[in-house]
Design a protein around this ligand. Sequence first.
Ligand SMILES: Nc1ncnc2c1ncn2[C@@H]1O[C@H](COP(=O)(O)OP(=O)(O)OP(=O)(O)O)[C@@H](O)[C@H]1O
Length: 372
Amino acid sequence: MKEIVFDNVCKAYGKTKVIESLNLNINPGERLILLGASGCGKSTTLRLIAGLEEITSGNLYMNGQRVNDVSSGERNVSMVFQNYALYPHMTVADNITYGLRIQKLPKEEINKRLRSALDMLELNGFEGRKPKDLSGGQRQRVALARAVVKRSDFLLLDEPLSNLDAQLRGHARKELVKIHQTYHQTFVYVTHDQVEAMTVGERIALMHEGKLQMIDTPYNVYNRPANVFTAKFIGSPSTNIFEAHYAERSIIVGKQSVKLPELWSAHLGKNGCREFYLGIRPEHIRLEREKTDNMFVGTVKYVEEYGNRCGVYFDIEGNEVVAICDRTELKPGNRVCFGLAADKIHVFDKQTTINIGYPEVYCEHFYQYQSV
Ligand SMILES: Nc1ncnc2c1ncn2[C@@H]1O[C@H](COP(=O)(O)OP(=O)(O)OP(=O)(O)O)[C@@H](O)[C@H]1O
C-alpha cells in the first residue's frame, strides 16, 4: 500500500509544541514535498515517519498499520540526510551495500542491486573510492544509491541537495524524479527551497510553525493559495497583499476605488465579504503610465534589476507593492497605474486569512478551501 497517514499527530519537546494536530495523507507511490521556512517542523515530521522521534499524541499509520510503537528498523524506510552520513572508512561500494549485507541478502542479489544503482547514478568507476576522495555531488549520489538499493517502500529525504551548487542541484532534481519513476517508492522530501518543491513534488505540503497550511499540486499552491501565508510564501518576490474593502461593486484601498467585474461582485456579495485582504502576484500586475478608468495609481519608490526583468516597487495608499516588468524606464517619483485582471486576483477573509474561493468561471481547478 505504501501509504502514510498522520491522524491528529502532535509532537512536543517538554512544553514546546513542534507539530500541532497534523492530519496528512501521503498517497502510495507519490512524491510529497514538506516545504516551509527553517524551524517550521519539516524535519521533525520526517523523523516521526522514520521512527527516529516518538509521537507525543495521535496516530501514525504506514502501510495500513499503526506504527507509533514500531521501531525504525521495522518500518521499511530508507533515509537520505543533508550531510549524507556516509561511513568515511568504507569504499563507495561498501557504503552502498552496507544495509544489504546486514540484512544478509545473497551476494548475487547485492551485486545486482549495486550495479543497477551505480549505473543509474552514474557512479561507475568510483566504487573503490573512499568518501573523502569524492566531490560533494558524488557523495550525494552515493547517499542516494545507498538509499535506493534497499528497495524500501518509503524513501525519506531531508534536504538532500542543499550542499550542492545550483547547477548540480538542477541535475540531481532530475535524477531524483528518475529514481522515483524506476522504483515507485513513496517519496517524502523535505526542503525549504520552493523551486525544488515545485520541480520535484507531485504535491506540496506547506508548513508554518508546526501547522499544515496547504497540501496540493504545485499548480494549485501557486495559482490557488489556500491562505495569506501560502500566497506570500510561494513565489518571489512575494504576492502583494493589501487591506481592502468592498462596497458598491468596487474594491476600495485607502482612498482609491476600482470597479470589479460583475462576476467578482456577485461572488463577494454571495460570501458577504466586506473587509478582506486582496492578493496580486507581482508578475500579474501590468503597469501603465496613463490612467484610464478603473485603475489604482501609485508612486515608484525604487527599481530592482534582475537581469532579464525588473521589479518596480511603488506605493499605493501606504502599501508597498511590487510589479515585475520586462524592461522599464521608470524612475523613483514616477506615477504608475494598474487595473485588476479579474482572473489574477485572490481574496482572503480578513479574520481567518483563508481564501474565499473564486467565481466559478475561474475555477477550472476549483479548490474548496478549508482550514487545516
Ligand atoms: N530535540 C529537540 N529538542 C527541542 N527542540 C527541538 C528538538 N528538535 C527540534 N526542535 C525544535 O523543533 C522545531 C522544528 O524543528 P525542525 O528541525 O523540525 O525544523 P525544520 O523545519 O526542519 O527546520 P530546518 O529547515 O532549519 O531544518 C525547531 O524550533 C527546533 O528548534
